[in-house]
Ligand binder design. Sequence first.
Ligand code: 13P
Ligand code: SF4
Length: 342
Amino acid sequence: MPIDTAIAAPAWDDDLPGRYAWLRPRLAGAAACTELDFHLPWIDAIRRLKAQRGALILAHNYQHPLIFHGVADMTGDSLALARAGREADAEVLVLCGVGFMGETAKLLSPEKTVLLPAPEAGCSLASAITAEDVRRLRQRHPGVPVVSYVNTSAAVKAESDVCCTSGNAVEVVESLGVPRVLFLPDRHLAAEVAKATAVELIAWPGACEVHEAFSAEDLRRWKQDDARLKVIAHPECPAEVCAEADFVGSTSALAGWLGRHRPERVALVTECSMADNLRADFPAIEFVGACQLCPHMRLVDLPRVYAALRDLTPQVEIEPAVAGRARRALERMLDVPPAARR
Ligand code: 13P
Ligand code: SF4
């Protein structure tokens, strides 16, 4: 993890390695383990500052292991973070993730201060569609409800009937009780959801730049080379990649599958910090496969989390004209009862 030298480093203290001895095994196997001493002053300063501020740090499963294991109070997929932020008894939330995750947290907790350490952290899905695109789609398909993936801007959510995540998309689509929905912006998630429902999905041609980098050919080769290998993929992967996988699910569903099946070796076909973060819980599993990093998630680092807590900035603010309607689409999603585990 590179250090931003513009933010002064907290001082070294000889007690730090002893006090954080618990952290080293959590990072075993991740590159972050070898450089841990270098980062301990930041980790310690963040933990002290967040206690003073009464802040809660929420980190997505794709965050760097130093953030995920070192400073986060709560980790999870987009759905879990959305729920946790809303339910948290804290005045300040620090969202370690990308822009749409910060907006979601603020929409669901308008009374809380929501800090986004890297506000420029975008997402190729969120930037694939605008509010104007949604309005035009509605004109072309009058009366067809709009289901938006949470990986969208607040302005797009405001034009939507309901949001979904990769963890609840099928239930959300079916909750509307209609034969057709507009499903945006991820065409690959749409293809995966279409396999599990009779509802017709009219998809938008957006895609995640990280998951599109995996190829079905790679997965076939890994499995040919190693008959015992299990391959599990995120539904943002192209359909031909998902077709080669033993299981397809949200980031938390992938972790849940590992817990239930405990394979000897697994290739996680998703952002590769996820494997680094999961090693701590599954030391007996060997994680193999290609590494694809999300360049947006990587913009969050320890010095920026520290600076956000110290200065209480950058804060997420959402235009009031957009916020009310966007919040309704998110709350409607959270009201959809979860399905029994698939
Ligand atoms: P999850 O909701 O599965 O965590 O996915 C979010 C995301 O951005 C995946 O690329
Ligand atoms: Fe967006 Fe893909 Fe990065 Fe997830 S991994 S935040 S979908 S660009």
